[in-house]
Design a binder for this molecule. Structure first.
Ligand code: NAI
Length: 462
C-alpha cells in the first residue's frame, strides 16, 4: 500500500494542475486517471481537439473569404477529412504526452485505473488501496442527456462523437445554442454542412451580454447557420442513415420535425461522480448533483476536497485550474484564493467572443449605476487591414468611481484581448488606468484602450 500526502482523482485541467502544484510545493502526490491518456475531457475530447478543428476550418474560411481581396489567388482548398482528423489527433497526443512528461518531471505517480474512495484517506484503484492525508475529487463532467434524444455517437452525437465523425455531414442539427453547439456548429458550417441550431430560449448563449448575443447571432446567420429559436426539442432518433429531430415551438403547440445526417446534442453538461464512493463516505451533494464544498473547496468530510466541473460555478477548464492551484496551496499551508469575479469566458468562433465580470443585464437587475465605453473594430486600423473589422469592445465601469466592472468583446482575437482587462480588474483598475496605458500601434489591443477612453472623454477613432 502506497502512502501519499495528496491523491487527486481525475487528471483534467483541474486535477493535473492541482497535482503539479502539490508536488511543486513539496507534497508527495499521486493522480488517479482511468483513461489511457492524461488531460481529461478538455485535452482528449473537448477544448483541445475542438480548437484544432476550429483552427483548420477557420483557415479554410479565411482562404475563401479574404485571400482574393488581399491578392492571394488560390483555388478553394480541398478538404482531406482523414488528414484533418489526424491533425486533431496529433494535437491531442502532443498535449496529453506533455502532461505525462510534467508528471514524471514533478515525480507524480499516475495511478492507472478508476478510483473509489473506500473510506476517508483511502482510495482504491483496481485491486490496490492507496493511502492519502488528503483526497481531491476532480472528476469533471459529462454531457447531460435529454429525454427522448437517443445518443449513439454516430448519427445522434454529443461533443465527443462530433469530434470523431467518419465523414463530413451534409446537414447537421444542433440542439442548444450554447458554447459547444455554436463552436462545433461553426466547424461543420465552414466545412459545407447545412447547420440548423434549435434553441429553447429566444436568445443564444444564455447569460451573455444582451448586445453581444444579438450581434453574435447576426454574425453567425451571415455565415450560414440557421436558427430555430424558442423551440423545445422533444426527441432525436437515428433511422435509415438519417436522424430525425422533433421539436415543439413555444408559441403554438404543433410538433415539427427536421431531418439531418447528424444531430449534435449540446444542452449542457452535468457533474461526473459515478463510482467514486462519495455516498459511502458521506460526502454531501447539492440538489444539482454537484459536490458541496466550503470556501476552501473542502467537503463536509475531513480530508476530502473537490474542484472543477463537479462543484458549483462555471464549467470552464481555467476555473478548474485556478481551483486546483488554490487547493494545492491550501494543503501546503498557504492561502489559496480564486477571484470568481474575474473569470473570463471565451467562445472560439469566428469572430471570437469573450467576456469577463458583469454584463449590462446583471448591472441593470442589480440597480448598479454604470457607464458604457464601446468601440467598434471598424475604427481599428489593424482590424481594417486584416479584413477583421466586425465586432466591438464594450467596457462597463462604475458610474461614480470609474472602476471596471466587466467587459464584452466580439471580434478578432477577443479571447486574447480580454486578458488585459482581466489583469486590470484583478488590480481594481479604473477605465482611466487602461485609457492612460500606452498601447502599441497598430494592434487589435488599441480597440480595448479606445473602449476605455469611451468611458471617459471619448475615443479618438470614432
Ligand atoms: P450550455 O449550457 O452552454 O448551452 C446549452 C443550451 O441548450 C442553452 O442555450 C439551453 O437553453 C439550450 N437547451 C436546453 N434544453 C434544450 C432543449 N430541450 N431544446 C433546445 N434547446 C435546449 O451547454 P453546452 O454548450 O452543452 O456546454 C456545456 C458546458 O461546457 C458549458 O458550461 C460551457 O461553458 C462549457 N464549454 C465551454 C467552452 C469554452 O469555454 N469555449 C467550450 C465548450 C464547452
Amino acid at each position: 500500500m502506497a502512502s501519499y500526502d495528496v491523491i487527486v482523482i481525475g487528471s483534467g485541467p483541474g486535477g493535473y494542475v492541482c497535482a503539479i502544484r502539490c508536488a511543486q510545493l513539496g507534497l508527495k502526490t499521486a493522480c488517479v486517471e482511468g483513461r489511457e491518456t492524461l488531460g481529461g475531457t478538455c485535452l482528449n475530447v473537448g477544448c483541445i481537439p475542438s480548437k484544432a478543428l476550429l483552427h483548420a476550418t477557420e483557415l479554410l474560411h479565411e482562404t475563401e473569404a479574404n485571400f482574393g481581396k488581399m491578392g492571394l489567388k488560390v483555388l478553394r482548398p480541398d478538404v482531406d477529412w482523414a488528414q484533418m482528423m489526424a491533425y486533431k489527433d496529433e494535437t491531442i497526443e502532443g498535449n496529453t504526452k506533455g502532461i505525462e512528461f510534467l508528471f514524471k518531471k514533478n515525480k507524480i505517480d499516475w495511478l492507472k485505473g478508476w478510483g473509489t474512495i473506500t473510506e476517508p484517506g483511502k482510495v482504491m484503484v483496481g485491486d490496490e488501496v492507496h493511502e492519502a492525508k488528503n483526497i481531491v475529487v476532480a472528476t469533471g463532467s459529462e454531457p447531460s442527456p435529454l429525454p427522448g434524444v437517443e445518443v449513439d455517437e454516430k448519427r445522434v452525437v454529443t461533443s465527443t462523437g462530433a469530434l470523431e465523425l467518419e465523414e463530413i455531414p451534409k446537414s447537421m442539427v444542433v440542439i442548444g445554442a450554447g458554447v459547444i453547439g455554436l463552436e462545433l456548429g461553426s466547424v461543420y458550417n465552414r466545412l459545407g454542412a447545412e447547420v440548423t441550431v434549435i434553441e429553447y430560449l429566444d436568445v443564444i448563449t444564455p447569460g451573455m451580454d444582451p448586445e453581444i448575443q444579438k450581434t453574435f447571432q447576426r454574425t453567425l446567420k451571415k455565415q450560414g447557420l440557421k436558427f430555430i429559436m424558442g423551440a423545445a426539442v422533444q426527441s432525436a432518433k437515428a433511422a435509415k442513415g438519417k436522424a430525425t429531430v422533433t421539436y415543439k415551438p413555444k408559441k403554438g403547440d404543433a410538433e415539427e420535425t427536421v431531418q439531418a445526417d447528424v444531430v449534435l446534442l449540446a444542452t449542457g453538461r452535468r457533474p461526473y461522480t459515478e463510482g467514486l464512493g462519495l455516498d459511502t463516505v458521506g460526502v454531501r451533494m447539492n440538489a444539482r448533483g454537484q459536490v458541496e464544498t466550503d470556501d476552501h473547496w473542502k467537503t463536509n468530510v475531513d480530508g476530502i476536497y473537490s474542484i472543477g466541473d463537479c462543484i458549483d460555478g462555471p464549467m470552464l477548464a481555467h476555473k478548474a485550474e485556478d481551483e486546483g492551484m488554490a487547493v494545492a496551496e491550501t494543503l501546503a499551508g498557504q492561502a489559496g484564493h480564486v477571484n470568481y469575479n474575474v473569470i473570463p469566458g471565451v467562445i472560439y468562433t469566428h469572430p471570437e467572443v469573450a467576456n469577463v465580470g458583469f454584463n449590462e443585464a446583471d448591472l441593470k437587475d442589480a440597480g448598479h449605476p454604470y457607464k458604457v465605453g464601446k468601440f467598434s473594430f471598424m475604427g481599428n486600423a489593424r482590424a481594417k487591414a486584416n479584413h477583421a473589422a466586425d465586432g466591438f469592445v464594450k467596457i462597463l465601469a462604475d458610474k461614480e468611481t470609474d472602476r471596471i466592472l466587466g467587459a464584452h468583446i466580439i471580434g478578432p482575437m477577443a479571447g486574447d484581448l480580454i486578458h488585459e482587462i482581466c489583469v486590470a480588474m484583478e488590480f481594481g483598475a479604473a477605465a482611466e488606468d487602461l485609457a492612460r496605458t500606452c498601447h502599441a500601434h497598430p494592434t487589435y489591443s488599441e480597440a480595448v484602450r479606445e473602449a476605455a477612453l469611451a468611458c471617459g472623454d471619448g475615443p479618438i477613432h470614432s
